[in-house]
Design a protein around this ligand. Structure first.
Ligand SMILES: Nc1ncnc2c1ncn2[C@@H]1O[C@H](COP(=O)(O)OP(=O)(O)OP(=O)(O)O)[C@@H](O)[C@H]1O
Ligand SMILES: [Mg+2]
Length: 256
C-alpha cells in the first residue's frame, strides 16, 4: 500500500532555554494521505507553527516520528513547500522573479525557471503583473504570488501557515477558491493552518482541532461536504452544525 504523504506520530516538543522549559506539543498524531487537504486549527500560541516547522524539517521534535512518503529517517528539507505565516517577497525582485525563487534554490536553469513561472502566472490569473514589483501589489495579490512561489518549489506537498490571515473577507474567499483550484490542478497534498473555523470547513477533507498549549489533538473531523466546494455549502445544515461544534470547542480552549 502507498504510504501517506505525511505521518506524524507521538510528536512532542519541549523548548529549552537555559533552565526554562516550554511544553509546546504533547504527543500529536496526524496523517495526510496523498491528495488530501488537511487543516490544523487551534488557539493562538498552542504550537501550530511549531508543528509546521517540525514537518518542514526546520526544527526537530523532542519525541515522536515524522515520515514523509514513508521516510522517517532522511532529511525533510525540500520534501514539502512551506509558506510561513509571514511570507517575504523580495522587494527588489519582480513578481515573476519572486515566483522563480524556489527554483533558484533548486538550481533549475534560469530560462526553464522563467518559463515555468510565466506559465503558472498565466494559469492562475497574474500574467499582467509579472513585471510588477511587490510594493505595487494589493495584499491579496502578494499572497497569491507567495503561494505560487510555494507551489513552484514543490507542488506535491504544501504546508501553508495561515496564508489568508491578514485579508478582508471577500479577498479571502476568492483566494480560498483559488487555492482549491491550485490544489486540484496539481493533485497536491496540503497541510493548512488557520484560526478560522469556516475556512477550515470550506477547504478541508479532515480537520484536527488542537487544545491550548501544550497542544494535544482534541478532535478529528472528516468534512463530508461534496467537491468541488462552493461557499454556499457553508449554509448547509451539516456545515452550520459542524461550525457551531468546533467554535464551541475552541472557545472553551481559549478561556483556559
Ligand atoms: N524557537 C522557539 N524557542 C522557544 N519558544 C518558542 C520557539 N518557537 C515558538 N515558541 C513558543 O512556543 C509556543 C507556540 O508557538 P507557535 O508559534 O507554534 O504557536 P501558534 O499556534 O502558531 O500561534 P499563532 O496562532 O499565534 O500563530 C509559544 O509560546 C511560543 O512562544
Ligand atoms: Mg503560528
Amino acid at each position: 500500500m502507498e504510504p501517506p504523504k505525511l505521518l506524524v506520530q507521538g510528536v512532542s516538543k519541549i523548548f529549552r532555554n537555559g533552565r526554562q522549559t516550554l511544553d509546546t506539543l504533547a504527543s500529536i498524531d496526524l496523517v495526510v494521505n496523498n491528495g488530501e487537504f488537511v487543516t490544523v486549527i487551534g488557539p493562538s500560541g498552542c504550537g501550530k507553527s511549531t508543528l509546521f516547522n517540525i514537518v518542514a524539517g526546520v526544527d526537530q521534535p523532542s519525541e515522536g516520528i515524522v515520515a514523509i512518503d514513508g521516510d522517517a529517517q532522511g532529511t525533510r528539507a525540500g520534501k514539502a513547500a512551506y509558506m510561513p505565516q509571514q511570507p517575504l517577497l523580495l522587494p527588489w525582485r519582480s513578481v515573476v522573479e519572486n515566483v522563480m525563487l524556489g527554483l533558484d534554490v533548486r538550481r533549475v536553469p534560469r530560462k526553464k525557471a522563467e518559463f515555468q513561472a510565466h506559465e503558472l502566472l498565466k494559469r492562475f490569473g497574474l500574467a499582467d503583473f509579472a513585471q510588477h514589483y511587490p510594493a505595487t501589489l494589493s495584499g491579496g495579490m502578494r499572497q497569491r504570488v507567495a503561494l505560487l512561489r510555494t507551489v513552484l518549489f514543490n507542488s506535491s506537498f504544501l504546508l501553508l501557515d495561515e496564508p489568508f490571515g491578514a485579508l478582508d473577507a471577500l479577498t479571502r474567499l476568492s483566494l480560498q477558491m483559488w487555492l482549491l483550484d491550485v490544489w486540484q490542478t496539481f493533485h497536491s497534498s496540503v497541510l493548512f493552518i488557520t484560526h478560522d473555523v469556516r475556512e477550515a470547513i470550506l477547504l478541508s477533507d479532515r480537520i484536527y482541532v488542537l487544545s491550548s498549549r501544550p497542544a494535544r489533538v482534541l478532535r478529528v473531523v472528516e468534512v463530508e461536504l461534496p467537491r468541488p466546494r462552493r461557499s454556499e455549502q457553508l449554509a448547509l445544515a451539516q456545515a452550520v452544525q459542524l461550525e457551531q461544534e468546533l467554535t464551541a470547542l475552541l472557545m472553551k480552549e481559549q478561556q483556559v
